[in-house]
Structures are given as C-alpha cells and as structure tokens.
Design a protein around this ligand. Structure first.
Ligand SMILES: Nc1ncnc2c1ncn2[C@@H]1O[C@H](COP(=O)(O)OP(=O)(O)OP(=O)(O)O)[C@@H](O)[C@H]1O
Ligand SMILES: [Mg+2]
Length: 314
C-alpha cells in the first residue's frame, strides 16, 4: 500500500500519542489533496490547527488563506451538543420523562434532567456535524485531526456506546407505553429517537467504510510505539480501516546541512525563551543518542539535567 493511497480516501483521520505530529501530518495531507475541495476538521479541544496553519479558525468553516480550495473547522463537541439540546429540548424532555416513567416535572427538575450528561452524546454530535457536512456534499475530501490517543479512541467508540443508550431508551419507552396505554401511537419522541438511531448507525458505518482511513502517527520511542500498538489493535477491533503508520521526527543524517540549520533555529528559539521566561532558569537538554530509559540511562540523563556544565548529548 503506497502512502499516496491515503489521498484516494474521502475521509482521512489522523491519530496518535500527544505531540507526535498528528496536526502537522493532517494539515500537510489536506494541502496535498488540493486542488480538490478539502476541509480539515479538528475535534481536539486543544485546537492547535490554528497554530499549525498560522491563522484563526474556530467553530465555523473558515477558508484557509493561501490554501486555495482548503477550508478548516475546529469543532467544539460540547458546544455542538449544547446547541442540539436547545434545538430539541421538547423531544429530549419527552424522551427522558417517558423513559423514566415520570411526568409533570417542575421547570427546575426538567433543567436538571436535561443537564445530566449522556455518555458519548457530545462526541457523537461532534462527529455527526462532520457527517452532516459530508451529506451536504460541499467538500470532496475530509481530513480529521484528533486529540491524543485516549480522547480519539473515546471519540471513535462513542457511537457504539451511544447506540446502547438509545436501545435502552427504546426498551424503557416500550415498558412505559405498556403500563400507560398499551397501544398508543408513536409520538414526536419516538421519531426523535429513531432519527438519533439512524444517525448513529450511519456514523458507525462511515467509520468502517472503505473510503475512510485512520492514519496513525508515531515517533520512534519505546513508550510511543507501545501506545501505538494499543491504538492499532483498538482500531482493528472497532473495524476502522487502518493501513499506514507515519513514524515522525526521526533523527536525520548528520552529514547533511540539517544539523547546522536546525541548531541555528534552536539557538534563536532558546534566546527568545531566555528573554521571555526571564524569571525562570533555563535548562537546555540535548536530544540523546540513547532514549533516557532504564536506570543507567536515567542517571546519565539526570546528570545532564542537574549539571549545567555538562550539557552535551550522551
Ligand atoms: N518531522 C518533524 N520535524 C520537526 N518538527 C516537527 C515534525 N513533526 C512535527 N513537528 C513539530 O512538533 C510539534 C508537535 O507537532 P503537532 O502539533 O503536529 O503534534 P500533535 O501530535 O498534533 O500534538 P498534540 O498531541 O498536542 O495535538 C509542532 O511544533 C510541530 O511543528
Ligand atoms: Mg494536534
């Protein structure tokens, strides 16, 4: 499978451990997809897309300056869910009250009921927003930049968990209906529940579609690779297509000009940091030839960290 196969997919998701280069790879991919009309979406609450693209983005579709046909969006799953709750307040209340078999609540009790967290609801709403965009068909390609592993796995597993909740509502409503009036007609809450079921099913299919790929980004460090293994097995377990692994930030061949240029850049940034953090003591630590793992390497690392005269790489 060539790396360029990724570019043939319609929906490309980037995930991996914190700081490995997910946002960078996602943004680079979005640019590689041009001139096809592309949107890069972030569901990472930390939203570093704006920093990466060096432009303000936020929770509405924004055209990327100098990006030709590239658009970006930073979705706040929580805000999306809040808006959804406001838009469907009546149906949601009806659903909650009838499932729990309680009626005639005071406005305050209703508010409390609505503010109870439903597992997965905000993640599902965030993904649903992306799916709605796909259905509108405004864009040809969709690139998703996720938050570090734990959060991304939560995001992807939520449609399944949310679906279990919806099934529970179905059962509770059936029971309620049986107790109340055995053969009452479906009401608005039933329609609402059904539409949520449909959206969730579509979302589950989308994540498992052949036109979707989850690209895993990692770094050549033992702990990162370990976490990557867990991520890949989880993705396979969920049935989400995964075919490529980017191992980022490898140390380059030092015979090139690379090290010199890199050092110059670093020097500049370190000088800036010394000025910016004038109240702090700055400790410079080199990228080590051996990963600081295991007692012996950690001792050596500690001596570098705590002995300012010895700042050389091991
Ligand atoms: N191959 C690379 N060479 C040099 N710097 C890189 C490389 N890849 C990424 N970076 C830099 O590393 C930093 C982290 O990258 P990025 O923000 O893409 O990671 P991330 O996985 O999205 O992080 P987070 O988990 O915080 O979202 C950025 O400053 C980025 O410019
Ligand atoms: Mg990121």
């Amino acid at each position: 499978m060539a790396i360029t196969d990724i570019l043939d997919k319609q929906f490309i998701i980037f995930g991996g451990k914190g700081g490995v280069g997910k946002t960078t790879c996602a943004a680079a991919t979005a640019l590689a997809l041009l001139p096809r009309k592309t949107i890069i979406v972030s569901t990472d609450p930390a939203h570093s897309l704006a920093d990466c693209l060096e432009q303000e983005i936020g929770d509405r579709i924004t055209r990327v300056e100098a990006g030709g046909n590239l658009y970006a969006l930073e979705i706040s799953a929580q805000n999306t869910y809040e808006t959804f709750k406001q838009d469907h307040r009546r149906e949601m209340l009806r659903l909650l009250e009838s499932s729990a078999g309680i009626e005639h609540l005071t406005p305050r009790e209703r508010d409390s009921l609505l503010s109870l967290p439903v597992p997965g609801a905000d993640e599902v709403m965030g993904l649903k927003r992306l799916m709605d965009l796909m259905e509108e068909g405004t864009f040809e390609k969709y690139v998703l930049d996720t938050a570090p592993t734990g959060h991304a796995l939560r995001l992807l597993s939520m449609p399944d968990i949310f679906d279990k909740w919806l099934n529970l509502f179905y059962k509770l409503r059936d029971k309620h209906r049986f107790h109340e009036r055995a053969f009452s007609k479906p009401d608005r809450a039933d329609e609402f529940l059904l539409s949520l079921k449909k959206s969730t099913a579509k979302l589950r299919n989308l994540l498992r579609s052949k036109t979707t790929e989850f690209v895993v980004v990692t770094a050549a460090e033992r702990l990162v690779i370990q976490e990557t293994k867990d991520l890949v097995s989880q993705l396979i377990l969920f049935g989400i297509p995964v075919g490529h692994l980017i191992i980022n930030k490898l140390f380059p061949d030092l015979s090139s000009d690379f090290a010199r240029i890199r050092r110059e850049q670093e020097h500049k940034l370190v000088k800036e940091a010394i000025n910016t953090f004038s109240e702090l003591e700055i400790i410079e630590v080199f990228l080590q030839s051996v990963e600081p793992q295991g007692i012996e390497n950690l001792r050596r690392f500690a001596s570098i960290l705590y002995n300012h005269n010895d700042r050389e790489a091991s």
